[in-house]
Design a protein around this ligand. Sequence first.
Ligand SMILES: O=C(O)C(=O)C[C@]1(C(=O)O)C=C[C@@H](O)C=C1
Length: 173
Amino acid sequence: APEPSVQLGGVHDGQVTLDGLTELVIQRILIGDDVAASKYFSGKPVDDPVREQQILTSVRASAGRLGIDLDATAAFFQAQIDASKVVQRGLLADWAAHPDKAPTSGPDLNVIREKLDALTTQLLAELVRVDHLRQSGLRCDIALVVANATGAARHHLDPLHRRALRTGSAATC
Ligand SMILES: O=C(O)C(=O)C[C@]1(C(=O)O)C=C[C@@H](O)C=C1
């Protein structure tokens, strides 16, 4: 007879959702607005390949310590960087075309990067927590659709930020 209540191997994670991860992904996307404002004033390019490499090298090292896959972790953070660039390019184009909509002050990029680094630590902890779900195929896809829909609604995301959320979700499952 089957023993339906007992599952070995850590497979009973049916209650795990991607809501916590998605909340952090959205928080990172929203910080993209601050990055865009800072670059609107500094004139610095959206792309900073050196900073990107620093992030990716650092998260690979963290993944090794945390016991999660290095390539999957780097791919996840590359998607978050790409999402930030979607926001930055969208806002900078909008502000160039409509200077009246542009911000009147821009935050310090170093302060913003400290916030992004803090989010990286939180995101890594969530990646550990949802590691098994991330590898579950269709179950992960479904959890992601649910988390993104509820997250986008909760934060009243506009089309640009919804597009960024899709970009940031590219390597989640
Ligand atoms: O730190 C920056 O300059 C950003 O624009 C943020 C960010 C990121 O998402 O972490 C995005 C694009 C850059 O290529 C580097 C990093």
